[in-house]
Design a protein around this ligand. Structure first.
Ligand SMILES: Nc1ncnc2c1ncn2[C@@H]1O[C@H](COP(=O)(O)OP(=O)(O)O)[C@@H](O)[C@H]1O
Ligand SMILES: [Mg+2]
Length: 248
């Protein structure tokens, strides 16, 4: 039986659309075939009603529940064959670091505003203290692994605006590759860890355009999803699936 496939959607910026995208991804994975899909919620917001949807919700708003789930995912076959989408709560780097470590793919969400993009590159360059017995440097990057992909959310759909947004994203990824974590802000860890290089191949297509997402996903309680909603979920899942590491 195939192993569990774990995808996390993270990023410290709030309101980018992570929760919306997480639900849509889990639903899209379920629509894609026989896969059992599960959405894991880790922040402390109200949980959406998903009665009519094809995926299940696993409530990990409590730290103990999250630790139990991580242990089940990493040490048992209980979730073999499942696609598990972990919705990061935002602004909790320690939780995000845990999610990143157990994930097959990590989607770092960003919108196209300068503030989002600044936070994106700060996230990509972020470090955590390394375990003392790990033998390496005292810190390591959280997101600087090939499994981390940039997930553009609420991207403009109009061609000119989209081209502007793409250029802005390239500009910020270029700063990062040059060893800066913001305009004029050198990355304090570049000498020790090297600069972070994230190329265009690590940026997912901007499937969820601004205001293009089905309203059903923005509401707390919904009925059956419309064909448009299902199509949007399939499209998001297809984009992520195409970019998943081959081993996942
Ligand atoms: N593609 C989109 N277009 C327009 N608004 C969106 C889109 N995705 C999300 N939103 C809006 O942004 C708000 C925050 O979305 P949410 O998924 O809760 O973000 P996060 O989990 O990153 O904080 C939602 O209430 C919704 O109004
Ligand atoms: Mg959220």
């Amino acid at each position: 039986m195939s192993k569990v496939q774990i995808i996390s959607i993270v990023g410290t910026k709030g309101g980018t659309g992570k929760t919306t995208a997480s639900h849509m991804l889990a639903h899209g994975a379920a629509l894609d075939g026989l896969t059992n899909a599960m959405l894991v919620t880790t922040d402390d917001r109200e949980i959406l009603e998903v009665d009519r949807r094809r995926y299940q919700i696993y409530d990990c708003r409590g730290e103990a529940e999250l630790i139990d789930l991580v242990s089940a995912l990493t040490t048992t076959d209980d979730f073999a064959g499942w696609t598990v989408v972990l919705d990061g709560g935002g602004n909790r780097p320690a939780v995000d670091d845990l999610l990143v470590q157990i994930s097959d793919a990590v989607l770092l969400a960003t919108r196209d505003s300068a503030e989002d993009l600044r936070q994106l590159i700060a996230n990509l360059a972020a470090v955590v203290a390394e375990e003392p017995d790990a033998g390496g440097p005292a810190v390591r990057r959280i997101y600087d692994t090939p499994k981390t992909l940039v997930l553009p959310l609420q991207w403009p759909a109009a061609p000119n605006a989209r081209a502007d947004a793409d250029r802005r994203l390239d500009h910020y990824l270029g700063l990062l590759a040059d060893g800066f974590v913001g305009p004029g802000r050198p990355d304090p860890h570049r000498d020790l860890l090297g600069p972070v290089s994230v190329g265009r191949d690590r940026v997912l297509p901007p499937v969820l355009a601004r205001r293009n997402i089905p309203m059903a996903f923005l509401e707390e309680s919904i009925g059956a999803l419309t064909p448009e909603s299902n199509a949007a979920c399939r499209e998001l899942w297809a984009a992520v699936k195409a970019a998943l590491p081959a081993t996942a």
